[in-house]
Design a protein around this ligand. Structure first.
Ligand SMILES: NC(=O)c1ccc[n+]([C@@H]2O[C@H](COP(=O)([O-])OP(=O)(O)OC[C@H]3O[C@@H](n4cnc5c(N)ncnc54)[C@H](O)[C@@H]3O)[C@@H](O)[C@H]2O)c1
Ligand SMILES: O=c1ccn([C@@H]2O[C@H](COP(=O)(O)OP(=O)(O)O[C@H]3O[C@H](CO)[C@@H](O)[C@H](O)[C@H]3O)[C@@H](O)[C@H]2O)c(=O)[nH]1
Length: 459
């Protein structure tokens, strides 16, 4: 069958390529001409493992095309996915829906046949119902234009697999309608349904809420372990061993109990804030108060990392040289939106450190966002002359670093593991001072480059 996808960013480009992979004819639409030109020539404008192959295979098959023309898109299909950004409003918690509105306002007047607009963007509950009124009011086909919601749960770095084999497909429809939207989406996802991916049909507000509730839960789980991490640091316990023990309880599970620098990216931080804002608008202010704490715990990890770095260089960042390994908000992505790594790098610089950053894939995006930081072309180059090395994003390339790789490169053999992904014993055995968020401080702290003594402390 045919469909369009409006917005060809991390979500939309993946969805378009994967729908074509399922055998459908797909037209991706974006207002960014450069992005569309790249996609049309087989180039993915961002880093996502496996996506380039899927894109090229489906461009070659002729099933996948890209355009900036809304008129072409309206003529092409009667099933239109909406995957544009819903960022946090400037200076407010709420979601900025201007891109979502722009799509509907430009597309609906072109819809002169029955059509279904299917939202995939993450939106405040109530948006779908509002868009349904907006679309049918603007469309020549009137009420024959319907809105459904099919929230997306893919993770960056695993986007292709998550789209082709999701844990579930959630479809929200208006129950007063004739079932056309459900039928179209069942047909579109027939291969997934045949592979026993649960297809969960709900009303519109429930589908919208499933998405933000899932992200709120994930964020809460991460902040839970990071709150416990603070207690571990104070008590001299080890949060990694604690999380392993907790995770054996099947009711809890080990996933998303990774303590460290906390969550960032284009989703969890802005989604929990928009969820709080929307609950407030609905008069349910009290309900999500805990998410404020989830957010604060998360942001505290970043300042905690700066404190640890300060200790690691001997008490003052002023005049120090710090290497930051990692800039993306997570490994296997080049996304630097609300990246804890870059946030920390920026704070270190504000405190007077000379900061050199290296990331395997996110260098261009980082330079655009933080042009005043220094960037290296390899991890080793970033560590040249460093008083401390900070590991901020757990790329495999950094996990597999050996202490010997950096001996003779750094000025002081001091490492701060913000993602708890290095073997502490190996680094200590090699004579390094090893700090990690969520553990008692290194017992072998010692005089560093300036002869300043870093005192062993309990956190
Ligand atoms: N990134 C993810 O992993 C992910 C996963 C699930 C859900 N989401 C949600 O999906 C939505 C998109 O996120 P993203 O990360 O892909 O954002 P993004 O910024 O990477 O992509 C958005 C795209 O929309 C395009 N766009 C803006 N206005 C447009 C218009 N009027 N017409 C056509 N295209 C337009 C932009 O040019 C851009 O290419 C957000 O609501 C996000 O919360 C994202
Ligand atoms: O145990 C963990 C797991 C993750 N993180 C951090 O949490 C953030 C988010 O990670 P992840 O959820 O894997 O990445 P996203 O690609 O942002 O995916 C989330 O946000 C998407 C957009 O809404 C959803 O579709 C996904 O289901 C949801 O996992 C990253 O900074 C991670 O470093 C931790 O600190 N500890």
């Amino acid at each position: 069958m045919r469909c369009t996808v409006f917005g060809t960013g991390y979500l939309g480009a993946t969805h378009a390529a994967c729908m074509a992979e399922l055998g459908h004819e797909v037209l991706g639409v974006d207002i960014d001409e450069g992005k569309i030109a790249k996609l049309a020539s087989g180039e993915v404008p961002f880093y996502e493992p496996g996506l380039a192959d899927t894109l090229r295979r489906n461009l070659d098959s002729g099933r996948l095309r890209f355009t900036t023309s809304y008129a072409e898109a309206a003529a092409f299909a009667d099933l239109h996915f909406l995957g544009v950004g819903t960022p946090q409003k400037k200076g407010e918690y709420g979601a900025d829906l201007r891109h979502v509105h722009a799509v509907v306002d430009a597309l609906a007047p072109l819809l002169d046949r029955p059509a279904v607009i299917v939202g995939k963007s993450t939106v405040p509950v109530g948006t779908a119902a509002e868009l349904a009124v907006r679309a049918s009011g603007l469309a020549p086909a009137g009420d024959a234009v319907e809105v459904a919601w099919n929230p997306e749960f893919l993770r960056e770095g695993h986007a292709v697999v998550d789209t082709l084999r999701p844990d579930r497909v959630v479809v929200g429809v208006d129950p007063t309608r004739d079932g056309r939207a459900e039928a179209l989406l069942r047909e579109l996802y027939a291969d997934l349904i045949a592979a026993e991916v649960p297809f969960l049909l709900t009303d519109l507000p429930t589908a919208e809420l499933v998405k933000v509730s899932a992200n709120a839960f994930l964020a809460t789980k991460i902040s839970f372990i990071n709150a416990i991490s603070e207690v571990c640091e104070a008590a001299g316990a080890d949060v990694g061993a604690l999380a392993d023990a907790l995770g054996h309880d099947a009711r809890i599970g080990r996933r998303f109990l990774g303590a460290g620098l906390g969550f960032g990216g284009g989703c969890l931080p802005k989604d929990i804030r928009a969820f709080m804002a929307r609950a407030g608008e609905l008069g349910a202010n009290q309900a999500l108060m805990f998410l404020r704490e989830v957010d604060s715990i998360n942001m505290r990890r970043r300042t905690k990392m700066v404190e640890l770095a300060t200790r690691a260089v001997g008490g003052s960042l002023l005049g120090s040289t710090v290497a930051v390994l990692g800039a993306a908000f997570k490994p296997d992505s080049d996304d630097v939106r609300d990246s804890p790594a870059l946030n920390v790098a920026g704070m270190l610089q504000l405190h007077g450190a000379t900061v050199t950053v290296y990331d395997p894939k996110a260098m261009d995006n980082s330079r655009r966002l933080f042009p005043t930081l220094t960037y290296a072309t390899t991890a080793i180059e970033a560590c040249d002359g460093a008083d401390a090395v900070l590991l901020a994003t757990e790329w495999d390339e950094f996990r597999s670093l050996e202490p010997a790789d950096l001996d003779g490169v750094v000025r002081s053999r001091v490492i701060v593991d913000g993602r708890r992904c290095l073997a502490a014993d190996r680094w200590r055995a090699a004579g390094w001072t090893y700090f990690a968020l969520g553990s008692k401080a290194d017992g072998n702290e010692r005089a560093n480059r300036t002869g300043r003594v870093i005192t062993p402390a309990g956190n």
